[in-house]
Design a protein around this ligand. Structure first.
Ligand code: FAD
Ligand code: MLT
Ligand code: ZN
Length: 493
């Protein structure tokens, strides 16, 4: 069962009509228009992939998808929609996890997937300028021969687009090392809601000339404009990367372990990721990475994946080996064991155990995904507390919720709390909310660490943002988008 958003769209918005299609047909070639209206006249089934989100949780009823190739085409489409008061949902790879990338009703879907050209790359500075629709993996492949990497990496890399990453301010697996997109994005080209092209596609590292407008679009989830181009700083590729998976007897060892790992690995530490035992078991069950031996996982309550990236292999390997020795030979060891990757294939396989949890929980059932920032010391209590809460409501078990799992970016204080159910039901939804948001607020945490607000959490924004902050966010939205056409009903109620 898919969720229909409970909140409504501004009543002033209009649906796309045949008349609008005739206009779009003057801007775009037939191959860039998918619509139930003539001259395209496809069946509504052909629009399903655009109307449904990655989880199968949110579903819109758009009649029309437009796939412009150029910024000018985007500008003309947006200008028309603004005049006609037609809601627009910018869509990248449609991998978002908060229902932001699909319409609430029948808004027009503006897909960036045809805007997929690299505009320039400077191998000396590492600055890459690309169309917003470039797929993250393709950009990684593009800069690899120049010995550079993208500053962001995430499990959805094969489908998500750089514009979508910027629009959601995606965090991912490298944030610990390379920081957030607020730092690595140097410039943006954005089509504003009235069709104006805002060209801030600078390739300067330093530019203190007044307000930094681009920051507003990073994490705005398409509510302030359509990102069409991105200028981003790519770091040099590390000469050596290693990883090790550590099996821990108890969650309470994670924090002291993190302190030791940071101290001993210092500048070569590039990831410190956490999966609890149930996440691990589900990843293995659904074929994500190769299972560790029975001996290695025996008595493990959770696992930590540590990655190093450095300049000299022997140096890094020595540091990692010293760390493992130190951990295993301690009087009261924090870990049961550590499995060090010995080959590129094993390196990928260890990563797959962590990155593959998202796919595994989606294969196992219908995941309710909570992406929260809470103090690291509370991660396990939040997961256990949620499980007990569901049990007390009679909702734990094969008939309702199968698993409550925790995984995430320990180094960033970001816990992914997933409740894996048989189906999405109002009973489970009501048991989870506001319960989880109140727990987050009691820790002064964030209801969205990295996935965004989308349609899922508009009603929960106030748990993490003050009334004054929300009022100013609304004022900013009103200035950019007075007609409320850009991704209506998302982020702000
Ligand atoms: P979409 O899903 O298409 O869109 C997301 C939002 O951005 C929507 O609100 C949309 O309207 C807007 N948008 C998209 N493109 C544009 C544009 N050009 N201009 C303006 N607005 C736009 N997220 C993390 O932060 N960290 C992770 O580690 C992570 N891992 C993931 C792993 C998997 C397997 C999956 C499925 C998702 C994961 N995500 C993660 C979620 C994450 O938000 C997305 O994967 C990604 O950043 C979204 O990119 P996209 O191109 O798919 O955008
Ligand atoms: C992750 O860290 O794996 C992603 O944010 C996706 C998810 O939360 O499942
Ligand atoms: Zn994540």
């Amino acid at each position: 069962r898919s969720m229909r958003a409970t909140h409504s769209l501004p009543p002033t918005l209009n649906s796309v009509t045949e008349h609008d299609l005739a206009h779009f047909a003057k801007i775009l070639p037939p191959s860039s228009i998918i619509s139930t209206f003539p001259p395209s006249s496809v069946s509504s089934e052909e629009l399903e992939q655009y109307n449904n989100d990655w989880m199968g949780k949110y579903r819109g009823t758009s009649t029309t998808v437009l796939k412009p190739k150029t910024t000018e085409q985007v500008s003309e489409i947006v200008k028309w929609c603004n005049e006609r008061r037609i809601g627009i949902v910018p869509q990248g790879g449609n991998t978002g996890l908060v229902g932001g990338s699909v319409p609430l009703r029948d808004e027009l879907i503006l897909s960036l997937s045809n805007m997929s050209k690299v505009r320039s790359f400077d191998p000396v500075s590492g600055i890459l300028v690309a169309d917003a629709g470039c797929i993250l993996q393709s950009l990684t492949d593009y800069v690899a021969p120049y010995n550079h990497i993208m500053p962001i990496d995430l499990g959805a890399k094969g489908s998500c687009q750089i514009g979508g990453n910027v629009a959601t301010n995606a965090g991912g697996l490298r944030l610990l090392r390379y920081g957030s997109l607020h730092g690595t994005v140097l410039g943006l080209e954005v089509v504003l809601p009235d069709g104006t092209i805002l060209d801030q596609l600078t390739t300067l590292r330093k530019d203190n000339t007044g307000y930094d407008l681009k920051q507003l679009f990073i994490g705005a989830e398409g509510t302030l404009g359509v990102i069409t181009g991105v200028s981003i700083l790519t770091p040099p590729a590390p000469q050596a990367s290693n990883n090790v998976i550590l099996a821990l007897p108890s969650f309470k060892n994670v924090l002291p372990l993190y302190e030791i790992v940071k101290r001993q690995l210092s500048e070569i530490l590039s990831a410190f990721e956490f999966i609890d035992r149930t996440s691990y078991d589900l990843a293995v069950k659904h074929g994500q990475g190769r299972a560790l031996s029975d001996e290695d996982v025996q008595g493990a309550e959770c696992f930590v994946l540590v990655e190093t990236s450095g300049g000299r292999r022997e140096h890094d390997e020595e540091k990692l080996a010293d760390l493992l020795e130190f951990l295993l030979e301690a009087e009261e060891p924090l870990i049961n064991t550590g499995v060090l990757s010995q080959s590129p294939a094993q390196f990928s396989s260890l990563w797959a155990l962590r990155e593959g949890v998202t796919e595994a929980v989606a294969k196992e059932g219908k995941p309710y995904k909570y992406d929260i920032s809470v103090p690291l010391s509370s991660f396990q209590d939040v997961v256990d507390g949620t499980r007990e809460h569901l049990r007390s409501k009679g909702l734990l078990g094969d008939h309702a919720v199968k698993y409550v799992v925790g995984y995430g970016h320990v180094g960033d204080g970001n816990l992914h709390l997933n409740v894996v159910a048989n189906s999405y039901t109002p009973e489970i939804q009501n048991a989870l909310e506001p319960y989880i948001y109140e727990v987050v607020a009691s820790h002064r945490g964030s209801v969205s660490a990295e996935h965004g607000i989308g349609a899922m959490k508009t009603h929960a924004l106030h748990y993490s943002k003050s009334d004054v902050s929300i009022a100013w966010m609304k004022k900013i939205k009103e200035i950019f988008d007075p007609r409320g056409i850009m991704n209506p009903g998302k982020v702000l109620e």
